[in-house]
Design a protein around this ligand. Structure first.
Ligand SMILES: Nc1nc2c(c(=O)[nH]1)N[C@H]1C(S)=C(S)[C@@H](COP(=O)(O)O)O[C@H]1N2
Ligand SMILES: [Mo]
Length: 334
């Protein structure tokens, strides 16, 4: 029997089947060689047992790059947000990741070192007073940083608790000066085929895209993270800036943002575009609503064997439940 702490990457497969697995299989069957040709060929050779593994092997063939130097990024902790559970060990939160642009494995940290996050700029587009680009350092200069400890819940049923450093998205929205008619904020991740091997997998609707309503985006909880554990973000966690939406499943928390667009049309998110029946636009955490492949009743805390009950809105109902009153026709969960 195993005693003591389980490392994040040792979570049993049955509890953490990659989100991508079914997508891959679908792509292989549905679109044949056009979509997953290389993977299909490897499978045909009997070299690999499943598509996710196959892709990871293909992705991980590159040279080992040096670890990035993270800068200290201290900010006062905002004590209004009490996580109610222990902070996850930094080594866990930075080594068990989802970042499909760099591979389907949880061990993408090495591959993600190829990400060039300096220099970086963010495009502000769509229904705003003045469409423009802003450099990451310039943007930081306009924001006041704080630390917030939030719970994170992935639909694959693992969870973590992280001290993020950043600023409320509401501040960035105000800086963007959206027009009165804007209803949604859309975010896009960098899509660089030279550094991101996942982009070779064309059946994925790159770039990774996510969206929130203006009400969600300006809720006090919604956060832009630029650091974690008192340092700048490591590439695998979405350097140099990523969204953190703690009451929604983790896939809404889009990494390495290069574009923020305001629109009056609801966007189609990355996972929604792949498999609408499994991943809706709203994706709010609810233990009572199962994902077709995983019950959402419980979660495993990274670094432990513990399975703990999941809370509706991931425990953030006081701040966000009111956002959804009246939306009775919408599929608010998964
Ligand atoms: N661009 C991009 N953002 C992404 C993902 C991704 O694959 N690509 N994965 C999402 C998922 S499914 C989760 S659970 C979280 C994981 O964040 P972490 O690796 O920092 O824990 O990032 C989200 N943001
Ligand atoms: Mo996730």
């Amino acid at each position: 029997m195993m005693i003591g702490k389980r490392r994040g990457w040792e979570i049993p497969e049955r509890e953490a089947t990659p989100e991508a697995l079914v997508m891959c299989r679908r792509a292989l069957i549905g679109r044949g060689p056009a979509g997953g040709g290389v993977v299909a060929a490897a499978l045909a050779r009997g070299a690999l047992s499943n598509p996710a593994q196959a892709q990871w092997r293909l992705f991980s063939g590159g040279p080992v790059l040096p670890a990035p130097v993270l800068k200290p990024l201290k900010a006062a902790r905002n004590d209004a947000y009490v996580p109610g559970r222990d902070i996850t060990e930094e080594a866990q939160a930075t080594s068990y990741n989802n970042y499909y642009e760099f591979g389907l494995s949880k061990a993408v940290a090495g591959a993600a070192r190829a990400l060039v996050s300096d220099p970086w700029s963010v495009e502000i587009a769509g229904m705003v007073a003045t469409p423009r680009k802003i450099g990451f350092e310039d943007l930081l200069g306009k924001m006041t940083l704080e630390e917030r400890v939030y719970r994170h819940r992935c639909v694959e049923t693992w969870a973590m608790t992280v001290p993020w450093v950043g600023f409320p998205l509401a501040k960035l929205v105000a800086f963007c000066e959206p027009q009165a008619g804007a209803k949604y904020v859309v975010f896009k991740t960098l899509a660089d085929p030279k550094t991101m091997p996942g982009l070779g997998q064309r059946f994925y609707p790159w770039p990774y895209t996510e969206g929130l309503t203006m009400e969600e985006a300006t809720n006090e909880l919604t956060f832009i993270s630029v650091g974690m554990y008192g340092k700048t973000l490591p590439p695998q966690n979405g350097a140099p800036l990523r969204l953190t939406v703690p009451w929604k499943y983790g896939f809404k928390s889009i990494k390495s943002i290069v574009k923020i667009e305001f629109t009056d049309k609801r966007p189609v998110s990355f996972w929604e575009g792949l498999q609408e029946s499994e991943y809706g636009f709203w994706a709010n955490v609810n233990p009572a609503v199962a994902h077709p492949r995983w019950s959402q009743a419980k979660e495993t805390l990274l670094g432990s064997d513990e399975r703990v009950p999941t809370k509706i809105w991931n425990g953030y109902g006081d701040q966000v439940a009111s956002l959804y009153t009246g939306l009775t026709k919408e599929r608010l969960f998964v």
